[in-house]
Design a protein around this ligand. Structure first.
Ligand SMILES: [Zn+2]
Length: 390
């Protein structure tokens, strides 16, 4: 019962913050941050001495203005304690309901397809859910889904895309979710188009980092919002300075639970900061333009320059999935799977990549429309063997 009340209380609190003025959101974040640092220091001697070694006077910590005196943790570890997991699950379950209500599906049953059930259960996102384990037997998954009605379908984009290709090939139109959640990992424009065509419903993209410290979800206008009541987000460049527009890494400090080990860590998620954060959906949470679920590798161009792989969302709009292979500097092999077959030639795609990298690399390109090239995790995979010797 107590947990129910906590869930309800958090739900109300989260809903309340959604339309506040930016300054009020900062005020709340600032208060939470002070609380997190101070109670963390009080309860955990090793964190306290860590703060003292940075010269931070935790008992009069001033919040945001003093945050940069805490160095960024680039190698955080998951807190083993059970209290942390329980607290996080309650916060995540409440946040998740807010995402559903942004899309008019509050309280609806969610059917998850996942290869890693135990990890998903730890997240807290599985309240009121049915979980189908992912195997390569798509026929079995389809059978399970056919028993479901009035549901939301949630899985990684690569799994959703494989399922969509399977349904398309078998001309099966019986799976009709009310909403799709493309969870963690990048999604390409081509995959989004494919999912919309096959399932004919809206898609929410939902991203969290490995520790579920930070959540990012798209609104009904399809913009990414940083979920600010859960954590303090910073978008920083390599030297730790804030990025106001362009690419940066997402550094987060979870605020929903007092756990000092996770104060100010690098999530490894790359985002494109958005200067103008006013969104037509009415949410006040900060928006970002595009993101990459992991720090992307680069390939080596003809003149030994570093060429960043495009973000999945930046790719040519007809590409569902893509695989990069580089064994020698100056050339790359790209295999890709298309949304609409035959609309473009391999030459068109090659031109697109050549333009992206400003013609500084030799590109070998194969259109390979077998669904197997997607795998089960990511729509953008790479096998780069040159990165280490530059
Ligand atoms: Zn929005």
């Amino acid at each position: 019962m107590l947990r129910y009340f906590r869930h309800k209380r958090l739900l109300d609190l989260f809903q309340l913050t959604e339309t506040l003025f930016r300054e009020d959101i900062y005020k709340i974040i600032n208060e939470q941050l002070k609380l997190t640092i101070q109670s963390g220091a009080r309860n955990n001697p090793s964190f306290r001495s860590r703060l003292e070694s940075y010269g931070v006077k935790w008992f009069k910590f001033r919040g945001l203005e003093e945050l940069e005196s805490i160095p960024i943790n680039t190698n955080p570890t998951l807190p083993p304690n059970n209290k942390y997991i329980k607290g996080r699950q309650i916060a995540m379950a409440a946040a998740f309901q807010r995402f559903l209500s942004w899309h008019g599906n509050y309280g609806k049953k969610v059917v998850w397809i996942t290869p890693n059930k135990s990890r998903l259960l730890l997240s807290g996102l599985t309240r009121n859910s049915y979980i189908i384990p992912f195997t390569n037997n798509l026929g079995y998954i389809v059978q399970e889904l056919q028993n479901q009605q009035n549901f939301i379908l949630a899985a990684r984009p690569a799994i959703l895309s494989q399922l969509a290709l399977y349904l398309q090939r078998t001309n099966n139109k019986t799976i009709q979710p009310d909403l799709i959640i493309a969870f963690n990992h990048d999604i390409t424009q081509g995959a989004e188009k494919l999912l919309k065509r096959v399932f004919d419903c809206s898609i929410v993209r939902l991203i969290s980092d490995y520790f579920y410290g930070s959540m990012i979800a798209t609104c009904r206008y399809d913009y990414y919002h940083l979920y600010e009541p859960l954590s303090l987000h910073e978008i920083l460049d390599e030297s730790g300075f804030p990025v106001t527009s362009g690419r940066g890494r997402l550094v987060t400090t979870p605020l929903h639970i007092q756990h000092p080990e996770l104060v100010r860590y690098n999530t490894g998620i790359e985002v494109i900061a958005n200067k103008n954060s006013i969104c037509p959906c009415g949410l006040s949470y900060r928006t970002v333009d595009a993101l990459s679920y992991t720090t992307r590798p680069y390939i080596i161009g003809e003149k030994k320059q570093k060429l960043l792989l495009p973000l999945a969302e930046e790719l040519h709009s007809n590409i569902v999935g893509v695989r990069y292979e580089q064994n020698f500097p100056g050339e790359v092999l790209i295999s890709l799977l298309e949304c609409e077959k035959g609309k473009y030639t391999p030459f068109d795609y090659r031109e697109w990549f050549a333009k992206f990298w400003e013609k500084s690399i030799k590109i070998l390109l194969i259109v390979d429309n077998r669904p197997e090239i997607l795998g089960d995790s990511s729509l953008s995979t790479y096998n780069i063997t040159t990165s280490s010797h530059d």
